[in-house]
Write a protein that binds this ligand. Structure first.
Ligand code: FES
Length: 297
């Protein structure tokens, strides 16, 4: 399909890496792990905030164009106010997007960079549309808004590619199964107090940690962007992802700090005859059961 080929072509434009990495680095310096980053990421919501906020500017702008086309002279003032609402709401929407994007790399970062450039262009066109309308140049304002709709539509398509094809914002363990039966994963003596150990159960990576008399087991792949938790550090009763600093409770996998928006899979653990055994802690979701036998242990 043409659309897929076009998106993949953008994924491979390595010339974007230099400017994209420079901007992402600057964003990362401003947005450190903590409350602001969590809020922009959607940690408290349980899913990314950016896709939810997008509805406000796009809805406002498209409604303005609808009024332009069918509303007649009496709706000009309302259309101008809708364009203004879209412009104002685009600011927090862009901030959430920039936060998410700064945690990506490679193809996702390149596509996200083009997405951001297109959004900025669209925003500029809508600002110009609002100004033209304020100056009484209605036809010019309508034209600029339609041009903005085209650019934002292209950008929205790229946003869809980021989420649905490249999985930005998706729990990286969403399709990862786990054994329902007790499964041997390590020797008890190999677990030293306070030192995370990465291993696997079937094809699922898990991190084991002994803390005092307890052993904890979580999926080793961070739900945020897939960072290896066994390379992270233990902070109190949490383990911190080495990539972007999300913290997960060792006993339940729940998030103590984002930018992750989904908890880690936690496993039940017991020791039998010197061996550490784990099994899943929760009901299997349908997409965590794969018809390909090797995927689900
Ligand atoms: S991969 Fe981003 S916090 Fe773990």
């Amino acid at each position: 399909m043409f659309a897929e080929r076009a998106a993949k072509a953008i994924e491979n434009v390595t010339a974007l890496d230099r400017p994209a990495n420079a901007v992402a680095e600057a964003v990362g310096k401003v947005l450190k792990p903590g409350l602001v980053k969590d809020t922009l990421s959607g940690t408290q919501l349980g899913h990314p905030a950016h896709p939810a906020l997008i509805a406000v500017p796009i809805g406002s702008w498209l409604s303005a164009s609808w009024l332009d086309l069918v509303g007649g002279h009496g709706s000009r003032d309302a259309a101008r106010k809708l364009v203004a609402l879209g412009v104002l709401s685009a600011v927090p929407t862009a901030l959430t997007g920039a936060s998410d994007w700064s945690d990506t790399s490679g193809a996702e970062r390149r596509v996200g960079f083009v997405h951001a450039l297109a959004n900025s262009t669209g925003l500029g066109l809508y600002v110009a549309s609002w100004r033209a309308r304020r100056q009484g140049k209605h036809a010019k304002g309508v034209g600029l808004a339609l041009a903005g709709a085209g650019v934002v539509g292209f950008s929205g398509w790229l946003g869809g590619h980021l989420a649905y094809a490249l999985g930005v914002g998706v729990d990286t363990t969403a399709f990862t199964g786990a054994p329902a039966e007790w499964t041997d994963v390590a020797a008890d003596v190999d677990l030293l107090d306070g030192q995370p150990v990465g291993t696997t159960v079937g094809v699922v990576p898990i991190v084991l940690l002994r803390q005092g008399s307890r052993i904890y087991a979580l999926n080793d792949r961070c739900t945020h962007r897939g960072g290896p938790l066994h390379e992270g550090q233990v902070v109190g009763d949490c383990i911190e992802c080495p990539w972007h600093g999300s913290r997960f409770r060792l006993d339940s996998g729940e998030i103590e700090r984002g930018p992750a928006t989904q908890s880690q899979q936690a496993f039940q653990v017991r020791v039998d005859a010197g061996r550490v055994l784990v099994r899943r802690n929760d009901e299997q979701r349908s997409l965590r059961t794969s018809p390909v036998a090797s995927v689900t242990p």
